[in-house]
Design a protein around this ligand. Sequence first.
Ligand SMILES: [Cu+2]
Length: 644
Amino acid sequence: MKPDKSMPAFQKSFSRRLFVKGLAAGGLLSAMPNVLQASVGNAQLGSAPVLSGNVVDLVVEEMPVNFTGVTRIATTINGSIPAPTLRFREGDEVTIRVTNRLKVATSIHWHGIILPFEMDGVPGVSFSGIEPGETFVYQFTLKQSGTYWYHSHSGFQEMTGMYGALIIDPREADPIASDQEQIIVLSDWTDEDPMSVFSKLKVQSDIYNFNQPVVGDFIDDVSTMGTSGALAKRRMWNQMRMNPTDLADLSAETFTFLMNGITPAGDWRALFKQGEKVRLRFINGSSNSFFDVRIPGLSLKVVQADGQNIKPVDVDEFRFGPGETYDVIVEPKNDAYTIFAQSMDRSGYARGTLAVNEAVTAQIPELDSAQWLEMSDMMGAMDHSAMGHGMGHDMKSDTAGMDHSAMGHGMKSDSAKMDHSAMGHGMKSDSARMDHSAMGHSMKSDAAEMDHSSMGHSMKGSSSSLAVPSQKVRHASTEYGPSVDMRVDMPRTNLDDPGIGLRNNNRRVLTFSDLRSVDGILDDNRVPTREIELHLTGNMERYSWSIDGLEFGKSTPIYMKQGERIRVILQNDTMMTHPMHLHGMWSDLESPEGELLVRRHTISVQPAQRISFLTTPHDLGRWAWHCHLLFHMDAGMFRQVVVS
Ligand SMILES: [Cu+2]
């Protein structure tokens, strides 16, 4: 481990291997036999207790835990990590009484659930939070079925243990057939105080990246592209002040990845009988980690995404970010299989075993090697070779073409001086479909109008109809400030890209283009009446995250009208993937051609990607909309949506 003055000496000398993989018997230290006995042999162990019925009581309190050999304090619900699984029935009205036994305020948000906004559980947006000693009563009717989850929306409580599964059984028979099911909640645990982790990232954003380019990489580059090519590549990354290995802010350097609250060394287990069809409900309940999930030897039939049934897709692997859920059906034949969930940055993994009995084990795969971000992850769909800087294959020593400003990524002086507020919202926009609440996108900006034609790219011209999403990039004037270190002018709109680290890995990997809601799910086929374009922005040097260059504190709400059909375009102007979660309404993902694909509550947008979804705000009130990477949300990638 890297020396760290904030850690006690005994922790510094702690075996990194044990730290990353955890203790076999790690977990809660108090009376939680079902968790503590996880490694001693009962299929139910390591799973959270299940609470059902129409009235449920939850108690939030602190408890000691030990996942790695170090005792730390966790924030738990009913003394369990994960929190109890809540199992309800579609159509029922439920009452959930949440009592706060912490010294600070708390909250619980029902992730992906359509409900009145006062029940949504976001302090400062939906309600004022649950004060110490107070009991808050949540009450709402379940209008949907499927796999969901719940978590704290206060501070970093989610990161210290406040997350659990929420399963809503369909009112009628479940169209997804299986012989048994298992809920698999993935999460990330750190022995550090999350606040100190956050502070460290603010000082040095790549402090947990122990996969930096090293001399060996340079030598490899020299052998494949020659000395001048290798130098040019290095110079290019330096000029952009970017790091091609920066795949996650947080790594196994601080995280131990958990499966149902069990460390990799603890080996969470699910038992099956030969011939059974097993439904696995995967929930990414982590604070800051994308997982790539596979079960070597088994095909995964994906049947549900974010709680909504989809047309089954057979894959070997899927990636999902914090907030997302996928249900898969597997038909195990052999004695034992490893459920393997490696973190996107390949620094570690969560794992468990699907087996016929407690004695058999399966091999644990090696972590895949980390891939470097490619130019398409930085700059989108531009034709690299035409510009003389194809990565790897066509590297030229001239790096002038790499310079952001030379490529039109830099701001122009006139737009730098634009003051959106001074210009007001009444300014003439060049298109009626643009939306004023999208903060400045309605402005005609020179920079947004950058000269595509001279760069040899054919852009689809603005369509007069809203039948298809616009492809013309509109950067808000607020994007031209210190909070933004990168702007993408030629985003990629490909939905069939599994993302960095999963490309061409000889496995069938799920992509957005594979997802189709079953008939009847997308119940609103209206053409949207307006388009909101938002850019996911950041400045890596400052560990600043924002939307349209504005951190939450500097932003104004986005206004929507109840019942209107709106298109939202999300363009990622950063080099990280952001799982964007819109509360209170569905996000109907569409193709670049405007075909409705799948209904989601959380949509992960890859670097330099531009994707869109339609939404219909059904419920009045104030809603949160944010990146589900906890630290990105906290740093400012968060907006309030007001439905009136
Ligand atoms: Cu983010």
